[in-house]
Design a protein around this ligand. Structure first.
Ligand code: NAP
Length: 280
């Protein structure tokens, strides 16, 4: 059996087309959605991600601006900019690109973003709402994966979902969103004993670790839906996920490729959240 690929690039195009129509509607009400991105330091991966986000905004008519700071910028200066953006009526969404350089307090800076402009869904209020089962701004990567599952026609009720990785940005919020859709959820971490014994029981397997080839075909239940969040660069410069695609696609029912899977959906959901923020 060869798994059906869930084409994140194509689905993201669909989502962005819907976004463009919504931006036009808002335009008729005199509203142009605006996104501000804060980049501190010179992490090349962050720069590339921001480039994709700015490009996607431009394609659908969302205004975007990037606020760059050198790596050694004092925390107070970054916070002052966040506060200025909170007060700027032309800006509806604020994204602080993570990771921040050492020396900056990530939690303190994220807490400064107005919850109503927190399009990444990382503010404590939005995280709390997610825990309560309802959130206006679900974090973009998990939200993108939920959209992929919906598109693939997966009914999560009663399914066993296994999430490998417990980061605040991907693993934990994904587990909560799956739970909210009545999946039975297991979360695995670096301390999990016998990872394969868990992954083999997954109807839906989400892997968000950052280790190429961590999950191989023999660790996957036949017919499972596999969502690979990992983005890793090989020594030869190739982008690969956390799942060994060649062996996994022989066993899975559905699988996301890397690149062209979860990544483009993350960008699309940021645009969705920015438009939602602008819609008020
Ligand atoms: P992270 O914050 O580094 O978290 C990694 C998680 O993996 C941790 O919870 C860690 O467990 C767990 N882990 C490490 N080794 C493990 C093992 N052997 N078995 C099971 N779990 C293990 O990473 P992240 O921010 O979630 O990102 C994960 C990957 O996704 C990275 O490659 C990142 O680049 C990528 N990513 C992609 C997108 C996208 O849009 N496609 C978005 C965000 C991130 P402990 O908590 O026990 O340390």
């Amino acid at each position: 059996m060869t798994a059906q690929r869930i084409d994140g690039k194509a689905l993201a195009e669909q989502v962005l087309a819907e976004c463009a129509a919504k931006v036009q509607d808002l335009g008729r009400r005199g509203v142009r959605p605006g996104l501000a991105v804060i980049l501190v330091g010179d992490n090349p991966a962050s720069r590339a991600y921001i480039g994709n986000k700015v490009k996607a905004c431009g394609r659908v008519g969302v205004h975007s601006q990037v606020h760059e700071f050198a790596a050694g910028t004092p925390q107070a200066e970054v916070i002052a900019r966040v506060r200025a953006l909170n007060a700027d009526p032309a800006i509806h969404g604020i994204l602080v690109q993570l990771p921040l350089p050492a020396g900056l307090d990530e939690a303190a800076i994220l807490a400064e973003v107005a919850a109503s402009k927190d399009v990444d869904g990382f503010h404590v209020i939005n995280r709390g709402d997610l825990l309560g089962g309802h959130t206006r701004f679900p974090p973009c990567t998990p939200a993108g994966m939920m959209r992929m599952l919906e598109h693939a026609g997966v009914d999560l009720g009663g399914k066993h979902a296994v999430v490998v990785g417990r980061s605040n940005t991907v693993g934990k919020p994904m587990a909560l969103l799956l739970l909210g859709r009545n999946a039975t959820v297991t979360i695995c971490t670096s301390k999990t004993v016998d990872l394969a014994s868990h992954t083999r029981r997954a109807d839906v397997l989400v892997v968000a670790v950052g280790r190429p080839g961590l999950v191989t075909g023999d660790m996957i239940k036949p017919g499972a839906i596999v969502l690979d969040v990992g983005i890793n660069r090989t020594a030869e410069g190739r982008l690969v996920g956390d799942v060994d695609f060649a062996s996994a696609e022989q066993v899975a029912g559905h699988i996301t490729p890397v690149p062209g899977g979860v990544g483009p959906m993350t960008v699309a959901m940021l645009v969705v959240n920015t438009i939602e923020a602008a819609a008020g």
